[in-house]
Design a protein around this ligand. Structure first.
Ligand SMILES: [Zn+2]
Ligand SMILES: [Zn+2]
Length: 185
């Protein structure tokens, strides 16, 4: 489900695009930010799929767009509700699950196991080391952290036991910095 760990050059922490603006170079509201950045993300996602020889077909693109627009982790049924409310007509769950599987396999979307929810990758590049997800119980924000030290630590732990890992999920629940300092609305 997840890509094999890649080497990272440092520890990175990113939050979902619409919840914590990553565009601090100019002032604007989040609504203005989202439309532009969602468009950019979609273009990036299409390029990535083209490079991999896979197709970001209509339904896959619509689901990714809806998740980017949500800016937070959503369960499949919440996602369907949002898409139907946005005028998508009746959508069968199987259609959504197929699209989500594709997006997860291509690392454009992450599955948050403990919440049975899906999150558009804030990195948006489709390739990064396996992330540790930081889930805020107060506001629902999901942050992604990657760390080469953690990667190699886990790899050697498994190697010591002769264990070949296939998947790895690390999700930490708690309070995000904004909520801890009372800055989140
Ligand atoms: Zn990611
Ligand atoms: Zn929070």
């Amino acid at each position: 489900m997840f890509e094999k760990p890649l080497l990272a050059c440092g520890v990175k922490l990113r939050y979902s695009p619409l919840l914590m603006s990553t565009h601090s170079h100019h002032d604007h509201d989040h609504a203005g930010c989202s439309s532009g950045s969602i468009g950019d993300r979609m273009v990036e996602a299409e390029r990535l799929c083209a490079r991999r020889g896979v197709k970001l077909t209509g339904q896959r693109a619509t689901v990714l767009e809806a998740l980017l627009d949500a800016g937070k982790a959503l369960g499949a049924y919440d996602l369907i509700e949002r898409m139907q409310a946005a005028g998508g007509g009746r959508i069968a769950p199987i259609t959504i699950y197929r699209a989500l599987n594709f997006l997860v396999e291509n690392n454009l979307v992450h599955r948050i196991e403990s919440r049975n929810a899906f999150l558009a990758c804030p990195e948006g590049h489709g390739t990064h080391p396996e992330a540790v997800f930081l889930i805020c119980e107060a506001c629902g924000r999901v942050g992604e952290v990657t760390s080469p030290e953690l990667e190699s630590g886990l790899a050697s732990l498994a190697a010591e036991r002769g264990f070949s890992p296939r998947t790895r999920v690390i999700e930490i629940s708690g309070t995000c910095a904004a909520c801890a300092t009372g800055l989140a609305r």
